[in-house]
Design a protein around this ligand. Structure first.
Ligand SMILES: Cc1cc2nc3c(=O)[nH]c(=O)nc-3n(C[C@H](O)[C@H](O)[C@H](O)COP(=O)(O)OP(=O)(O)OC[C@H]3O[C@@H](n4cnc5c(N)ncnc54)[C@H](O)[C@@H]3O)c2cc1C
Length: 475
């Protein structure tokens, strides 16, 4: 069988034929058609507001289409959230879970949503205390949790917590079902927002197809927002990249489960249709991130055999490991920064944003916790600046990669594909001019600074860049 270098969920992506052909106006414009964007539209659909969603590619094709689809309160980031914030964060996730279940049950959504059990584990004795602390907090909140032996063969588990109340989902089937419910919402694909101008309290949005959308309110559901001010995102968040494989497994499936560890050497697994989704190597994006090494970790691991799909994904990591949800400035809202746990946070986040727009007070108890005007951590800021400096510097000189198919120079690169086509690209990322690196498994040009990604034709498919890159292809 041929291995596909794309996400397992890509085959479920659907396209709409509805095109934006003329200038339009609406009450609320939602930019981005992933979980955050579509769910915000869902929670606004019963208001009297005219809601429009625009998406630069296909609905769901961003980070959402490349996730693993685990639904659990036992998240690895719990070990990084401060003592002060952790209880409220867990409560937000419980509410997110209730919202997700309600949507699925009330609307009878077909999205392969199954109950399973969830494990949070460590492979290091020294990290056991962190898990014991999480166990105490769960017990204080009267959540059912226990210590359990977990046998993952060659992954040497030292200590594990188990929860019964966990789930798994096909994120794209879920999104497709939500989309069907948005009958009174205008959804346009292939609309890339380039510029937003605010005058007298009204937004004029300019798109890549030279059209204008006039809106009273704007919701940024773009994952990485591409505006700099007022939040100065590149200084406050970093992008984390991980590698995922889907295939047969040597693990015995005695029960449906998902599992993730809290250690630096990351393992995350879940099952889908009796095969396993296996994630390795979560690393903050910099030039030190080595795609080949990441993919090899999956390919060489004995727990995964006969790999059907192999891909990478990236999400925003915030300084305090908490989501960023709220109002940016008058009439402008944002929801992002889920630290690779977006299913539950996007539910609570989109309901919060919808309620803010509808001027309802419900769920505002998380407003401060998730505030976009979040704190700068000097240490993390310095780390990410050094990463950027190092990644720009590291790629100034021309290098020839191992397989000799990619030739980099100071500002150009050439990739020679198997079919003999040569792709010549200007390798400066349009976002902040970092040099792009070729990801030879997924055949994308990836930015080592802030995670923008471009396909072989040069179309932007992820990250903060709002522009494509120029590509010349010759045979
Ligand atoms: C490796 C990995 C595994 C994960 N696994 C899980 C998991 O098991 N469980 C879980 O809960 N979470 C998981 N997540 C997190 C989850 O995938 C994300 O947090 C979530 O999908 C983010 O959804 P979103 O709608 O905010 O972003 P996206 O899905 O990226 O949607 C944003 C959309 O905005 C569009 N866009 C961007 N700019 C523009 C523009 N200028 N104009 C128009 N459109 C634009 C993009 O094309 C994109 O489709 C994982 C993340 C990673 C990286």
């Amino acid at each position: 069988m041929n291995m596909k270098n794309e996400s397992l969920w890509n085959s479920y992506l659907e396209s709409s034929k509805k095109e934006l052909k003329e200038d339009i106006s609406c009450d609320v414009l939602i930019i981005g058609g992933g979980l955050s964007g579509l769910l915000t539209a869902y929670y606004l659909k019963d208001s009297n507001l005219q809601v429009t969603v625009v998406e630069r590619n296909k609905i769901g094709s961003g980070i959402t289409s490349k996730m693993t689809g685990k639904v659990t309160l036992l998240q690895d980031i719990l070990s990084k959230i401060s003592d002060k914030d952790i209880e409220l964060y867990i409560k937000s996730q419980i509410e997110g879970l209730n919202l997700l279940k309600k949507n699925i049950e009330e609307n009878k959504l077909d999205c392969d949503f199954f109950k399973n059990v969830s494990y949070l584990f460590t492979t290091k004795k020294s990290n056991q205390k962190k898990l014991e602390k999480i166990k105490n907090i769960f017990e204080k909140l009267k959540l059912d949790i226990k210590e359990e032996n977990l046998n993952l063969h060659n992954i040497k588990v030292k200590y594990a917590l188990k929860m019964e109340n966990a789930y798994e989902i096909n994120p794209i089937k879920y999104l497709n079902e939500i989309r069907k419910l948005l009958t009174n919402v205008n959804i346009y694909e292939k609309v890339n927002v380039l510029e937003i101008i605010k005058e007298k309290g009204i937004f004029t949005v300019k798109t890549s197809n030279n059209l204008k959308i006039i809106a009273k309110k704007i919701v940024f559901a773009t994952n990485y927002p591409y505006f700099l001010k007022p939040l100065f995102f590149p200084l406050k968040v970093r992008m984390e990249k991980s590698y995922i494989g889907y295939g047969d497994t040597s693990l015995e499936l005695k029960e449906r489960f998902n599992a993730i560890n809290i250690d630096k050497d990351k393992y995350s697994l879940r099952f889908y249709k009796n095969k396993m989704l296996y994630l390795r190597e979560s690393r903050i994006i910099s030039s030190k991130v080595n795609d080949e090494k990441g993919f090899l970790k999956i390919e060489n691991d004995v727990v995964l055999k006969n790999i059907n799909n192999l891909w990478s994904n990236e999400d925003i990591v915030t300084n305090d490991n908490l989501p960023i949800i709220g109002m940016v400035s008058d009439g402008m809202y944002i929801l992002t920064g889920y630290n690779a746990w977006g299913i539950l946070s996007s539910h609570i986040g989109s309901l919060m944003i919808a309620n803010m727009i509808k001027k309802r007070k419900k769920y505002l108890k998380y407003q401060e916790l998730f505030s976009p005007k979040m704190k700068l951590s000097l240490k993390k800021f310095l780390n990410s600046s050094l990463n950027i400096y190092e990644s720009i510097n590291g790629y100034l000189k021309g290098i020839i990669t191992k397989n000799k198919l990619i030739l980099y120079s100071r500002d150009k690169a050439i990739y020679v594909a198997d079919n003999g086509y040569c792709y010549l690209v200007k390798r400066k990322c349009p976002h902040l001019k970092c040099n792009l690196i070729f990801n030879s498994v997924e055949k994308t040009w990836d930015c080592p600074c802030h995670g923008s990604r471009f396909d072989l034709e040069g179309n932007v498919i992820a990250g903060p860049s709002k522009y494509d890159i120029k590509v010349k292809s010759v045979k």
